[in-house]
Write a protein that binds this ligand. Structure first.
Ligand SMILES: *Cc1c(COP(=O)(O)O)cnc(C)c1O
Length: 485
């Protein structure tokens, strides 16, 4: 294959074939992998190709060998992690930007939509007063938010931590149930993972405020600088929402940055039945949400919201460089009208976080919201919550099931039980292994107050109510079989 520029040929015929292969994949008609793991590995295992096979052959390997042996994550019955398959709108938008705007800067329609979609997302999630920036996921979004918190806490002391590093012991308060990217953020920001103080939770997995106040008081006596209080709006484990209003007031009282981790659960605010749980969000200094979780975006889309992005600029500035600033017209000096996409950078998102080159993520959020509107998003969130509530009702009443946690959002923790089972943890672990091998219902497991639970988390755009009954049927059937054999 040596045709000149074969690598930049027309997309359309190939995208047609790719689309057909992906539609076929999404039928999930075959078990887990199409071939055995051994088989597809053998097919793919080859030395570095010195000569190319051409685009048709690449596409053939993609459609015949790689896609059919892809991930169960987009399967509607996959309820293990809080990520899902991208919706059609998301897929189209990310494909479009990979060609038409490989970067999120310059005065392009994509840069404009990046900002527009951040406004839409903030308004939809009840944090209209905040300014946003996208990043690759909740991990980076938390890091960026806490970078803002660190900047704020130290600037009040007359010190620039981004410029000079930090000069004293600090503390971040977060619940026992917080996502461990909070600890990692502490490590990366130079505060240390041990600077995260784990505050105990109540039986429902919500942060208790008394020990929070005690911890702050004790640190202040010892001269430790509080940097942030982190509350969950939807914990990863059970979907618990911390008492945001009480925690927000404590943050205000002690003048501590209030961060809300809503990576999974922030869109739950669309479910009007849950409005009380989100009260207090207006006090937040920073909030994160992962459109690639509950909203159905392709993976790699998260947002951090803060009151004023300038604090992020100070926290994450690279300081000016000729290869960047020198390449755009300085409009303040030359008073040039912006007429060409290269006349300026557009909104300089690269100043507000840790990424310079980055894909346009706003276009994905824009496409998803534009397609179904807030009403469509709300319907989906309500449907997923209803799935968890229905499962909870069944588990509460069924003699062979036990509900281990009352769901707030779309996660329901329950297990199989029978009087003759001695070790319920081990039994449910075995049941879970068999369940996921059937490839129809794939929840994860977790521990609730020490007990092993099956933990379906309903977030996929393709997940539907009928699956709740299917899951219950499968759990009872496998449990009964295990007892009898
Ligand atoms: C998933 C999750 C994260 C991490 O997000 P990634 O997108 O996986 O990096 C952080 N916080 C919470 C509460 C989460 O559920």
């Amino acid at each position: 294959m040596s045709k000149d520029h074969a690598e930049t040929g027309n997309l359309q015929p190939h995208l047609n074939k790719l689309g057909a292969a992906l539609d076929n994949y999404l039928k999930f008609e075959h078990p887990d992998a199409y071939f055995s793991i051994n088989e597809w590995q053998t097919k793919l295992d080859e030395a570095l190709p010195q000569t190319g096979v051409g685009i048709d052959e690449v596409l053939k390997i993609l459609t015949d060998t790689i896609i059919p042996n892809g991930s169960p994550v987009p399967n509607p019955g996959f309820t293990s992690f809080i990520t899902t398959g991208a919706t059609t709108a998301s897929t189209l938008a990310s494909t479009a930007s990979s060609i038409a705007s490989p970067q999120r800067y310059l005065r392009t329609a994509f840069n404009y939509v990046e900002e527009l979609s951040l406004h839409w997302l903030a308004e939809m999630c009840g944090v209209k007063h905040l300014q946003g920036i996208y990043s690759s996921g909740g991990s980076v979004a938390n890091l960026v938010a806490l970078g803002g918190a660190r900047q704020w806490a130290f600037e009040k002391q007359g010190h620039d931590p981004a410029l000079h590093g930090i000069d004293r012991a600090t503390r971040i308060y977060a619940s026992h149930e917080c996502h461990h990217t909070i600890q990692r953020s502490g490590g990366v920001l130079g505060l240390g993972r041990r600077a995260i103080k784990a505050i105990p939770c109540d039986a429902g997995g919500r942060m208790q405020t008394e020990p929070l106040v005690e911890a702050i008081e004790s640190d202040l006596r010892e001269g430790i600088l509080p940097v942030a209080i982190v509350a969950n709006a939807g914990s990863t484990n059970t979907g618990a929402i911390d008492p945001l209003s009480d925690i927000g007031k404590i943050a205000q009282q002690y003048q501590i940055w209030f961060h809300v981790d809503g990576a999974f659960g922030l869109p739950g605010i669309l479910d009007e039945r849950l409005a009380d749980h989100y009260q207090g969000i207006e006090m937040a200094d920073s909030v994160i949400v992962d459109p690639h979780k509950w909203l159905g975006a392709s993976v790699g889309v998260a947002a951090t919201f803060v009151r004023d992005r300038e604090i992020l600029n100070r926290a994450f500035t690279q300081e000016p460089a000729d290869y960047l600033e020198g390449s755009a017209v300085d409009i303040s000096e030359e008073k040039t009208k912006i007429e060409h996409s290269l006349d300026d950078f557009g909104i300089p998102y690269f100043d507000y976080g840790v990424e310079l080159s980055a894909p346009c993520r706003g276009i994905v959020v824009w496409a998803m919201i534009k397609e179904i509107g807030v009403a469509g998003m709300r319907d989906r969130i309500v449907r997923h919550n209803d799935m968890a509530y229905r499962l909870a009702d069944i588990a509460r009443d069924h003699p062979k099931l036990e509900l281990l946690d009352t769901p707030t959002l779309s996660i329901c923790c329950f297990r199989y039980r029978a009087p003759e089972i001695k070790d319920l943890d081990q039994f449910n672990q075995r049941l879970h292994r068999q369940l996921i091998r059937e490839n129809t219902y794939m929840p994860s497991t977790t521990r609730i107050n020490g007990q092993l639970a099956l933990r379906p988390c309903f977030v996929g755009a393709r997940a539907e109510m009928y699956q709740v009954d299917g899951l219950v049927e499968a759990v009872i059937r496998i449990g009964d079989n295990l007892i009898n054999n």
